[in-house]
Write a new protein. Structure first.
Length: 324
């Protein structure tokens, strides 16, 4: 029974501000693994944003289907605190072709929180409810509304209440990052708390946080009781993690860990595609940013990062990524 449960789960690609853009989504979904992706958040303050803002964050809106080139759906994420402004921008996104609206109540960034966004709303579950309800009412069921939360702001006291607020507001699915805002990204992730939340709501709950390996995936699924998971930093650290999980789901076979050559090939492709539209100096920074993410759990990636971190010329950097 447990085996069947584990084999049936979907995998989402989490948004990461300034890191996972349309090109990164394309690269990470080329191999079978992910079932859906979410954009970086569109920051909503007090006005309806022009179409160009939505196209910047989600260029897939200009395509016939809002999906990566390999056909994986792309959901648009909004971040804000004004129910009226969120509702107006949700309608704008719908008019532009969005297939789903995700609401961000999980961002831990201090700047975002100081401006009353992201995880700051978790201190008042009613505000979470009002935001979700406003968007849900505005969309009138034409496309789904989903939400992402953490376990709380400084503690977990309101975790269940915030989850229930998203459901009461009309969310069709809830992603829970298994840490509070104050815990940031420090381990451990409290997957068992996601299980507690799941038992108090009836909508699907997706487990997120610290799923770096196949073993982590199994533990997160088991402790949370969730059918679905979402990968963020770990997908950047190892672009083959989701495909490896999918292969295990389908066959029961464990594939070998991703080699450095496999990871480097993604960076090379990323750089070559980015330099078609950006100056080399910017691409150098972006490649180093991704390589820094790959250092998690990979000694070879760390060695390569240390070797190239001071290189400023793109071709020189790429040449040094691969060691004969």
């Amino acid at each position: 029974m447990v085996v069947n449960l584990l084999q049936s789960g979907k995998i989402g690609l989490a948004p990461m501000e300034g890191v996972i853009d349309a090109l990164t989504r394309d690269l990470l979904t080329r191999e079978s693994g992910f079932d859906w992706t979410v954009t970086e958040f569109v920051r909503v303050v007090d006005a309806r944003l022009p179409p160009r803002v939505f196209y910047k964050h989600c260029p897939e809106l200009t395509q016939a289907s809002v999906a990566t080139p390999s056909g994986i759906p792309v959901h648009l994420q909004l971040l804000g605190s004004s129910p009226t402004a969120l509702a107006a921008n949700a309608r704008q996104a719908l008019a532009l072709g969005a297939v789903s609206i995700d609401l961000n109540f999980g961002c831990p960034a201090k700047l975002v929180n100081r401006h009353d966004g992201g995880a700051s709303l978790l201190r008042q579950p009613d505000r979470v409810y009002q935001a979700v309800k406003a968007v849900s009412d505005a969309l009138e069921g034409e496309i789904p509304v989903t939400a992402k939360i953490r376990l709380g702001f400084s503690n977990r006291r309101l975790a269940v209440a915030c989850a229930q607020a998203t459901e009461a507001g009309g969310a069709a699915q809830l992603v829970v990052h298994a840490r509070t805002r104050d815990e940031g990204y420090r381990p451990p992730a409290h997957w068992e708390w996601i299980g507690k939340i799941r038992r108090h709501v009836s909508i699907p709950v997706v487990a997120n946080g610290d799923i770096w390996t196949l073993e982590d995936y199994w533990k997160a699924r088991t402790l949370s009781g969730c059918q679905h998971v979402m990968l963020g930093r770990s997908a950047l650290a190892d672009p083959w993690l989701a495909p490896r999980i999918r292969h295990w789901q389908q066959t029961g076979e464990r594939l070998p860990e991703s080699s450095w050559a496999m990871r480097a090939s993604v960076l090379m492709e990323y750089a070559n595609l980015q330099r078609q539209q950006l100056p080399d100096r910017v691409v150098v920074s972006l490649v180093k940013q991704w390589l820094a993410q790959m250092r998690q759990g990979s000694g070879e990636a760390n060695e390569n990062f240390q070797r190239v971190k001071r290189i400023t010329e793109l071709d020189h950097l790429l040449k040094n990524l691969v060691v004969d």
